[in-house]
Ligand binder design. Sequence first.
Ligand SMILES: *[C@@H]1O[C@H](CO)[C@@H](O)[C@H](O)[C@H]1NC(C)=O
Ligand SMILES: *[C@@H]1O[C@H](CO)[C@@H](O)[C@H](O)[C@H]1NC(C)=O
Ligand SMILES: *[C@@H]1O[C@H](CO)[C@@H](O)[C@H](O)[C@H]1NC(C)=O
Length: 183
Amino acid sequence: MVIAKQSLSRMDTFRIFLLVSMGPIVLRGHVEFNNVHCLVRDRKFMDFEYCYLKSVNRSYKYLSLKTKFFQLPIESCMTKFQLRMRENKRILYNFDIKVDACKFLRDPDKHVLANWVYQTFAPFSNMNHTCPYTQDVVIDRLPVHHVNKLVQTIIPDGRYFMNTTWVTDGITRADVVLYITKA
Ligand SMILES: *[C@@H]1O[C@H](CO)[C@@H](O)[C@H](O)[C@H]1NC(C)=O
Ligand SMILES: *[C@@H]1O[C@H](CO)[C@@H](O)[C@H](O)[C@H]1NC(C)=O
Ligand SMILES: *[C@@H]1O[C@H](CO)[C@@H](O)[C@H](O)[C@H]1NC(C)=O
């Protein structure tokens, strides 16, 4: 079993503090999902049944995905979450967190930042309980406007990608990368 510690460096805390504190002045824009990539790193372990963005109309666009696990149950899961803001190929800031998902899900309120990320998709996912996982993970129509509500006052305008890496038993199984513009 993987026993991993939640790691959140002082630097991350400082960065998020900076972002939050400069928030209300600069932040008004709206979020757009530009693209999503679901990359399988271990095809013996899993695949994605689907993974896509869909525009229903101008105000309703969503993200859906479903995994297909070949080895269940899942008893341990490390998640690495990276947020990168990019402008003209320069990376303006990095934000990284790493959590033991099973431990985190037992008590989400304990880890403020991970909980913030989690709240953006939990209401639209069946991943809202702790381990073991005995089923495929589904994110069902996560609407952009919901994400917008959560990030609107926290991140500055710009182009981002959000990279989540899923590791079980010490082996990287998949990356889900979401490209976002806030303007
Ligand atoms: C967009 O589609 C959603 C879901 O079908 C609907 O509830 C909403 O009223 C539509 N909005 C517009 C502006 O057409
Ligand atoms: C998890 O999500 C499902 C489907 O949305 C919902 O029926 C269930 O009540 C949720 N469970 C928890 C613990 O929030
Ligand atoms: C996402 O993170 C993983 C693990 O750190 C890394 O290997 C991968 O290259 C990243 N993907 C992107 C698009 O940066």
